[in-house]
Write a protein that binds this ligand. Structure first.
Ligand code: ACO
Length: 279
């Protein structure tokens, strides 16, 4: 495959970001990632996702909030469909190369996809709160990217579509679990297997959007949300997100025990801070 999934660990340069169709702006505790290939409706490639993974691995210390958005009036048209052509995209090898004639190495392909998934997985990190700000279409991989974030703020023109099954594929960029967690398996089957568009209002009703605002209010609404998130104690925020993330997989007893352990850590930190303050 064109890029090794885990390399390199250095932060992407401006040129690398640009080739990946991404922009990154870090301002103190807030990182803003913009999918930026307007001429392709912000369609993404393997390079977009391996670069996203590198952004995650090399975020400056102190970043607490990551906002993911799209350039212009669309979030993302999903995977660049040229990834499925023999030519691939801009030096990136086609995803299907060698599969028809049996010359592809399936283990290498699985490792490659794991590398792409890394671009989505890190958005769940408990020390970060990740926010998708969605205008217009979020199709396929775009929808899965929004699903990878903790909070989705949609403009009222937003439209979510899990297009993969309609193209003969499965959604494989870590979107199926959050989708089922949010809407339940029955609604998820309906949404995926019809590949229909879910508009902003329905997304709000289904819990796929925490907030829906007018198009012109999106930036301000996200800024207000970020302000509210930053006002919370960072260590308490990390511990709370970690607790909430494990709740669904825990029994009530296990979760209560996890709350106790987390709280002891918090109380210890608060007591140490008070003691240091009184010295
Ligand atoms: N991959 C590559 N090129 C794309 C993609 C894409 N996913 N989406 C749009 N483009 C290109 C179009 O080919 C067109 O290029 P051209 O100007 O050279 O002809 C340009 O972007 C503009 O696209 P339009 O279709 O003209 O834009 P419009 O605003 O009418 O429609 C929409 C936007 C709805 C996003 C439409 O382009 C679309 O349906 N795109 C394909 C979506 C898709 O199937 N994505 C894959 C999902 S599966 C997955 O992500 C794993």
């Amino acid at each position: 495959m064109a890029e090794a999934p885990n390399a390199p660990a250095s932060a992407p340069t401006e040129e690398e970001l640009s080739r990946a169709g991404l922009k990154l702006a870090v301002d103190g505790q807030v990182a803003r990632i913009t999918i930026s290939r307007p001429e392709r409706r912000n369609a993404m490639t393997g390079r977009t996702w391996t670069t996203l993974a590198r952004i995650g691995r090399t975020l400056p210390d102190g970043v607490r909030i990551v906002v993911v958005t799209g350039e212009g009036d669309i979030f993302s048209a999903g995977i660049d469909l040229n990834m499925f052509t023999p030519e691939g995209v801009d030096g990136e090898r086609s995803i299907v190369a060698g599969l028809a004639d049996g010359s592809a190495d399936e283990a290498a392909l699985e490792e490659y996809i794991a590398g792409l998934q890394e671009g989505f997985l890190w958005l769940r990190r408990p020390d970060l709160v990740t926010v998708a700000a969605v205008r217009g279409h979020a199709i396929g991989a775009g929808f899965q990217l929004a699903l990878s974030c903790d909070i989705r703020v949609l403009a009222d023109d937003a439209s979510l579509c899990m297009k993969e099954p309609a193209l003969g594929l499965v959604p494989d960029l870590t979107g199926t679990k959050p989708l089922v967690d949010i809407v339940g398996v029955h609604r998820a089957v309906e949404i995926c297997l019809t590949a229909r568009r879910v508009g902003a209002r329905e997304a709000r009703e289904l819990g796929l959007a925490e907030l829906v605002v007018g198009v012109d209010e999106l930036r301000g609404a996200v800024d207000d949300l970020v302000g509210g998130l930053l006002a919370t104690n960072p260590d308490a925020a990390t511990a709370t997100k970690a607790l909430l993330q494990q709740a669904a997989g825990n029994t009530l007893e296990q979760q209560a025990a996890a709350e106790r352990r987390a709280q002891i850590g918090r109380l210890t930190a608060l007591a140490e801070a008070m003691a240091a303050g009184s010295r």
